[in-house]
Design a protein around this ligand. Structure first.
Ligand SMILES: [Zn+2]
Length: 458
């Protein structure tokens, strides 16, 4: 949200207690369209800039993306046609549309596509190849739908999507933990790490096997091509996270020497998340790359990707703790309906709008531009009716109350709805105001039930 303020306003003072006007929504959207991170219509912002720069002696805009803090990000107007962040003013939140991102949106969007069938993940190039990979750079960081998905993240998404774990069929009992592991191990043979090496050829799925696994990678190597260095994937459930450390559910602590990325939904503010905050979302399902950093070094845990799962007995991936609650309600509703008038629950893993992983289609420059600047569309849940006379339902968990978050969600939800020809229900944890969460939950449950039980005229 942008506030219209006079030039040279006191930014250290309590600007948030002054009664400044908000920039009308249409005008803010015109500025996004022209100058935001997903800019697609350069011309649209000019008129807005022009009118506010002409007014009195000109205006500034305070961006509220970081809330009510001293030294907020301030937008100033230039040459009657473009905007800049006032030098010395605060940075925009990393989820704000005015935050300058170094990864272009098209790269983010592309990372949420499914891989081409049967192409190999290129995790570790052989030592004699000059190309470097970023798998071994240290760092513990947060991943979200607003950042590009790492290769390990894509591997986990591909892998889960080949199993029934992310697809809860109506009237089917839920799998306990060992059949879920069996499903994962079975589909590992369809994922390629190299031309002749599948994930199942180089996989460790049991914590107690890890030491042997590290040795086996080199003493009994799979049939790696010369382009790649021997490596493997360690799959485990993680209960705790520290700086460059993970703790498995059975209490083993491992160092991760390179990048440790943890998926977490963000509220649009840039609050640095503490490790203890991240641990609060445990348990996680983790995929960890195991290999050597140099030709004579022993195998280590090179990099890891962690995504929260429902609980220690359920490997379905969720984006937040609140999604766990939404899922629980959805499963209760699913169980309470007769199977032929119920629904399957899907937890989508990929961008809805991504082209199917077939041969690339030739796009016009305009089509390419459109594809490159749009949002990633990954619904929280999709409910697929078992009865053909009903429409699918997109279910979204509204976990935060911030205006930026809600604006972004509204924008993507409408696109998802249209794309799937579906209806939309939100499980809201903040609105409407003045009601208890119990009442909001009950309303949500009733609306979802009604969608699948109301009389249809078809
Ligand atoms: Zn901002």
């Amino acid at each position: 949200m942008l506030l219209i303020v006079p030039k040279n306003v006191d930014l250290q003072g309590d600007w948030w207690n002054q009664s400044y006007d908000k920039l009308p929504k249409e005008e803010e959207e015109a500025l996004w369209a022209a100058f935001g991170r997903r800019a697609y219509n350069k011309a649209s912002g000019k008129e807005v800039v022009n009118s506010y720069q002409s007014e009195d002696s000109g205006k500034w805009f305070i961006c509220k993306c970081r809330g009510e803090i001293a030294n907020p990000p301030v937008i100033t107007l230039r040459s009657f046609k473009h905007i800049v962040r006032k030098s010395g003013s605060g940075e925009h939140s990393s989820d704000c549309d005015f935050y300058p991102i170094t990864t272009p949106q098209r790269e983010i969007v592309r990372s949420y596509r499914q891989k081409q069938r049967n192409t190999a993940f290129n995790f570790l190039a052989s030592f004699d190849r000059s190309e470097t990979d970023d798998q071994t750079n240290a760092g513990t960081g947060r991943a979200s739908h607003h950042t590009s998905r790492s290769k390990l993240g894509t591997l986990l998404a591909e892998w889960i999507s080949k199993t029934p774990i992310g697809w809860r069929e109506a009237g089917t009992p839920r799998l306990s933990i060992s059949p879920q592991y069996e499903e994962l191990k079975a589909s590992a043979s369809e994922i390629w790490l190299d031309t002749n090496v599948t994930l199942s050829d180089s996989l460790c799925a049991f914590d107690s096997d890890l030491d042997q696994f590290k040795e086996d990678i080199f003493s009994a190597p799979a049939n790696w091509s010369r382009r790649r260095r021997e490596h493997g994937i360690y799959l485990t459930r993680v209960g705790g996270v520290g700086r460059q450390k993970i703790e498995t559910l059975d209490g083993r602590v491992h160092d991760v020497v390179g990048r440790l990325a943890i998926f977490g939904e963000t509220d649009g503010s840039d609050r640095a998340e503490t490790i203890s905050n991240l641990s609060a979302r445990q348990p996680y399902l983790a995929v960890i790359l195991v290999g050597r950093r140099s030709p004579d070094a022993p195998a280590t845990l090179l990099s890891a990707y962690l995504h929260p799962c429902v609980d220690r007995g359920d490997l379905l991936l969720v984006d937040s703790d609140l999604e766990r609650i939404t899922l629980r309600y959805l499963q209760d509703i699913q169980d309470s309906l007769p199977p032929n008038d119920s629904f399957d629950i899907q937890k989508p893993m990929f961008d809805l709008d991504a082209p199917l992983p077939r041969r690339p289609i030739k796009l016009t420059p305009e089509e390419q531009e459109q594809l490159d600047t749009r949002d990633v569309l990954v619904p929280d849940f999709v409910l697929w009716p078992t009865s053909k006379s009903r429409t699918p339902l997109v279910v979204e968990t509204m976990g935060y109350d911030k205006a930026d978050y809600r604006q972004r969600k509204r924008r993507t939800q409408e696109k998802m709805r249209q794309k799937l020809n579906a209806e939309l229900e939100c499980h809201d944890f903040h609105q409407p105001y003045g009601t208890s969460q119990e009442d909001r939950d009950e309303d949500f449950i009733n609306r979802v039930r009604a969608h699948f039980t109301a009389e249809t005229d078809r």
